[in-house]
Ligand binder design. Structure first.
Ligand SMILES: NC(=O)C1=CN([C@@H]2O[C@H](COP(=O)(O)OP(=O)(O)OC[C@H]3O[C@@H](n4cnc5c(N)ncnc54)[C@H](OP(=O)(O)O)[C@@H]3O)[C@@H](O)[C@H]2O)C=CC1
Ligand SMILES: CC(=O)N[C@@H](CCC(=O)OP(=O)(O)O)C(=O)O
Length: 350
């Protein structure tokens, strides 16, 4: 006998995060997509803009009406811009929906810190306090049975999964961390801009938001929790001419004679039973193609005995583990299902 499916709605379903949620959820055995929602194209068939989704059971886009969503759905994903989520999500929670929000609006718990980096008004403190920071491999226990998840940022996910085990074990000096991160252009969303259009990005590489990236306070907040003390980082982001993928290359001073083999053991033990984090053997480093289209985060190491530093390399697909995939992993944990349900896709290669 088939079990009752959880009814899911997606707001922002015409953006990259939303479309990727639909792709994975169409194959999820315990989920029924009951509403795909757009603030600008309500009433239009989703297949008009996305012909590859013509087999989705719900055909027309609905408008943004919390009461109407609550009548149809149990859980709603908000794949909406920051500044929109902060206002919309409380309305969804108030009508009794469970919410998984993909924006940055509920990740940073300190309102003044959020406002300093995002340059607009923070959500009310009571909602910030309610939101669970859904970095599944670290906070999975808090996600189980919860009703409101703030899904981590793409760079933050990649970077935190790469740093937390070494920081937590006291193997690296928290004051020495430098992060050099690169992203494919889909990380900027579907809207066109001078920064991201083809002629600007093809055969080009750009550094951006140097020392000003909005993921800095998110990364520092979570590293500080892992270290038990305030941690600050140097974090630099680059756009590279590819569609998907993040590589985060992290440098830190080792606080002992630790080897690559030792790091591999430490990380494999830390992530034991967490199927979406894969640790390369000593001296082997991951590439973005090796996680493309999948929910994996792959991590490798190099120890430099001359400088006493470790280089940690972590890769993810920004739209999957960095957004929609992790959001579904959070749904699985929230509902008490196996965290890999609907997500067991191997990376697309080549
Ligand atoms: N792309 C990525 O790799 C990642 C994105 N994120 C975050 O996830 C969220 C979605 O990102 P992404 O899909 O890339 O962004 P997109 O810009 O591609 O899509 C955002 C969607 O939000 C909808 N939207 C805009 N304004 C409103 C509104 N007032 N009310 C309801 N819906 C609105 C738009 O659809 P419509 O006009 O049809 O309503 C739009 O398609 C963002 O907060 C982003 O920062 C997080 C991690 C990674
Ligand atoms: C390539 C690119 O532009 N990437 C985006 C990160 C997307 C993301 O995760 O955004 P939120 O944290 O706002 O949800 C950026 O650097 O701002």
């Amino acid at each position: 006998m088939e079990t009752v499916k959880v009814k899911v709605a997606i707001i922002g379903s015409t953006g990259y995060g939303g479309v990727e949620l639909i792709r994975f959820l169409m194959g999820h055995p315990h989920v029924e997509i009951v509403s795909v929602i757009s603030s600008s194209s309500a009433g239009e068939p989703i297949a008009d803009g996305f012909p590859h989704l013509s087999e989705l059971m719900v055909q027309n886009l609905d408008g943004v009406d919390p009461q109407e969503i609550a009548e149809k759905a149990d859980v709603v994903f908000t794949a909406t811009p920051s500044g929109v989520s902060s206002k919309l999500v409380p309305q969804l929670l108030e009508v009794g929906l469970r919410v998984i929000d993909l924006s940055g609006d509920f990740r940073i718990k300190d309102r003044s810190e959020y406002e300093a980096w995002y340059k607009h008004e923070a959500a009310e403190q009571k909602w910030l306090d309610k939101a669970i920071y859904g970095l599944c491999e670290i906070n999975g226990d808090l996600v189980i049975g919860s009703s409101f998840i703030s899904n981590p940022g793409c760079y933050s996910t990649t970077t935190l999964l790469g740093l937390i085990p070494a920081l937590n074990a006291g193997w690296i000096d928290p004051a020495s961390i430098i992060i050099d991160a690169k992203s494919g252009v889909s990380g900027a969303g579907r809207g066109t801009s001078l920064t991201t259009h083809y002629a600007e990005m093809n055969e080009n590489m750009k550094v951006y938001k140097v020392n000003k990236h909005q993921h800095i306070p998110e990364i520092e907040q979570e590293l500080s929790l892992a270290a038990g003390n305030p941690v600050t980082v140097t974090f630099t982001t680059h756009l590279v001419p590819m569609t998907r993928g993040i590589m985060s290359t992290m440098y830190a001073k080792l606080q002992g004679d630790y080897t690559e083999e030792g790091l591999v053991s430490l990380y494999r033990e830390f992530y034991a039973g967490r199927p979406f984090v894969r640790i390369r053997e000593a001296g082997k480093w991951p590439a973005t193609k090796e996680v493309f289209g999948s929910n994996y985060c792959d991590i490798g190491f190099s120890v430099d005995e001359r400088t006493g530093r470790v280089t940690i390399i972590a890769v993810t697909d920004n739209v999957v583990k960095g957004a929609a995939g992790q959001a579904i992993q959070n749904l699985n944990l929230m509902m008490g299902w196996d965290e890999t349900t609907g997500l067991k896709l191997s990376p697309v290669y080549p």
